[in-house]
Design a binder for this molecule. Structure first.
Ligand code: PGA
Length: 251
């Protein structure tokens, strides 16, 4: 039985003062929830704060990106072992904003995924199609290609130690959620594609949905058989919204 994971993706939001209030409230309210897992992926400078506030709580934390390199002359980069030093459990890799705005290719994403695994972090691998790709009937082939790059590098044994987040690009930050049926169809595609390589790994793999998830639509999305929680952007910055989404994942 897969346990649902609700992870917040704060993106480039936050301040020391606002984070303190948000993290403290989430940590105390989440104590009363069981049967699901939760995490927040915060900007790099706030990892120390997350570690201080959340250590001992049931809210895990992580980062939103990681270097594919271990160490060296890579100005501006942050390595997986550095994230580990700040107690991170998760790291998002291949978010569509990184792919589209910062030129991350499938090969770079696969290398980052592998670097996260080597350090013992759990990568949250984002895959998803643009509206153009969906309209051209290419959603599945785009997602297959994104997955193939990672499987080629890390194998199904690597995938077994990760989380996948299906995030249709057209649903991110737009208020347009994929319908539960649309999302379920892609989740089922991802799981069956991976099942052809390793049925046990595919059956156990947590596949989150992301893209305008909020309190009002979380329950029906999470009720789908292949949707194992969510990667939450905007709504993760609001205590009541995030808590309601976590409640919806409780099952
Ligand atoms: P959103 O973002 O919930 O604000 O649409 C999701 C994401 O980008 O991970």
């Amino acid at each position: 039985m897969r346990q649902k994971l609700v992870a917040g993706n704060w993106k480039m939001h936050g301040s020391l003062a606002a984070n303190q209030i948000l993290l403290t409230a989430l940590a105390s309210q989440l104590e009363r929830l069981n049967g699901m897992r939760s995490a927040v992926c915060v900007p790099f400078p706030y990892l120390a704060q997350a570690q201080t506030v959340l250590t001992g709580s049931c809210l895990a934390w992580g980062a939103q990106d990681v270097s594919q390199y271990e160490k060296g002359a890579y100005t501006g980069e942050v390595s997986a072992s550095m994230l580990l030093e700040f107690g991170c459990r998760y790291v998002i890799v291949g978010h569509s904003e990184r792919r589209a705005l910062f030129g991350e290719t499938d090969a770079v994403v696969a290398a980052k995924f592998a670097a996260a695994l080597v350090a013992g972090l759990t990568p949250i691998l984002c895959v998803g199609e643009t509206l153009e790709e969906r309209d051209a009937g290419r959603a599945e082939s785009v997602i297959a290609q994104q997955l193939d790059a990672v499987v080629a590098e890390s194998g199904m044994a690597g995938l077994a130690k990760s989380v996948i987040a299906y995030e249709p690009v057209w649903a991110i930050g737009t208020g347009k959620t994929a319908s539960p049926a649309q999302a379920q169809a892609v989740h089922a595609f991802i799981r069956s594609k991976l099942a052809a390589l390793d049925p046990d790994v595919a059956a156990a793999l947590v596949i989150q949905y992301g893209g305008s998830v909020k309190a009002a639509n979380a329950a029906e999305l999470f009720a789908q058989p292949d949707i194992d929680g969510g990667l939450i952007g905007g709504a993760s910055l609001d205590v009541d919204e995030f808590m309601a989404i976590c409640h919806a994942a409780q099952g």
